[in-house]
Design a protein around this ligand. Structure first.
Ligand SMILES: [Zn+2]
Length: 342
């Protein structure tokens, strides 16, 4: 998670809305908006019938991947540990169709190699659903013990677990591409601490995923992407996935429907905020996108971008919940006819 977010409203169980706090310096406009966190998109969606066995992700196995990623230590851009994690992810994708997207990013801290890893699982339907997670750790914290257990590792481990569900079988649905994207974090302090040298995060972050969005726009792939689902900071034992107002409302509604079918809805969308994250390059290009992020991480965000972001804050249950919801979201999208365009 790079930095910019705007919390507008907390919705309580009875539908009572209260202003919680305002993290962003210029977010006064948000206070004039009141939207129910679980409000449906304007066009009522036609969900396919809810039958067949519900999917389930293995939270313990996902947690094992997260632990192994964390064990490498800090993995900022350009580091030896970063290289080890690239190799670790690739080693779990042997036999899968993998594309490496490697380029050099020109950042305020100099030029760095960036390595996006894409695993492709073909389906029978024409179209692609992307599920993404960044795996780098915060560069400004590179000389600390910051390991990003939740911020980077949790979702990257979860994607390895999702790969176990996708490989080796013919998908009766859209092709699914898992993307471990790189260089998500800002290279200069990201604006949360008010440091004098901070960069606007929009100019100094999301390097890897922006490169992919541009490349896929240029080669025509993007036209075929039906949905982009981002996972970020989803391992917190106290799981509260936000409803993000930068995401596409109908796709957020599909995610909520998936959570309801699994009985996990109490972990979703209690808080609504505007989140700037890896989905933005796809949002800007008109791809329906959903950012699954829990940006309530410790009291007053005490664990975010601090050395407190460690494995003991996470739980296999949270990985199981988000993994299940992503798999059920795929199952619903596969059967929705037609998918809304945007
Ligand atoms: Zn982060």
């Amino acid at each position: 998670m790079t930095g910019a977010t705007r919390l507008s409203w907390i919705l309580l169980a009875g539908g009572l809305a209260v202003i919680a706090c305002d993290r962003d310096k210029d977010s006064s406009a948000a206070q004039n908006t009141s939207v129910s966190a679980s409000a449906p998109a304007i066009q009522p969606l036609n969900f396919p019938p809810d039958h067949g066995p519900l999917p389930s992700a293995d939270g313990d196995r996902a947690m094992q991947y997260v632990k192994e990623i964390v064990k490498f230590g800090p993995r900022p851009l350009g580091s030896a540990n970063h290289k080890k994690v690239e190799e670790y992810v690739a080693s779990h994708l042997k036999g899968d169709q993998v594309e490496d997207d490697i380029f050099t990013a020109d950042t305020p801290e100099g030029k760095f190699p960036v390595h996006n890893i894409i695993a492709k699982y073909p389906g029978t339907k024409d179209g692609i659903i992307i599920i993404a997670s960044h795996y780098d750790t915060n560069y400004p914290l590179r000389n600390t013990s910051f390991v990003g257990a939740n911020d980077g590792a949790s979702s990257s481990g979860l994607l390895l677990e999702l790969a176990n569900h996708l490989r080796g079988k013919q998908r009766e649905g859209y092709s699914v591409w898992l993307v471990w994207d790189d260089a998500e974090e800002a290279m200069k302090p990201d604006g949360s601490g008010g440091q004098p040298n901070e960069m606007p995060f929009s100019a100094d972050s999301l390097y890897g995923i922006t490169h992919l969005a541009e490349k896929w726009q240029a080669d025509g792939t993007l036209k075929n992407v039906k949905a982009f689902i981002l996972t970020d900071m989803i391992g917190d034992a106290d799981l509260n996935v936000d409803r993000d107002t930068n995401s596409t409302p109908w796709l957020e509604d599909v995610v909520y429907e998936a959570a309801k079918r699994l009985g996990y809805q109490s972990h979703f969308f209690g808080i609504q905020r505007e989140v700037s994250d890896d989905h933005l390059p796809f949002v800007k290009r008109g791809v329906p996108s959903s950012d699954l992020i829990d940006f309530t991480y410790g009291y007053n965000l005490a664990y975010w971008h601090t050395t407190e972001d460690t494995i003991d804050k996470l739980s296999p249950r949270s990985l199981q919940i988000v993994g299940g919801v992503v798999l059920e979201t795929l199952r619903i999208l596969d059967k929705m006819e037609p998918l809304p365009a945007k």
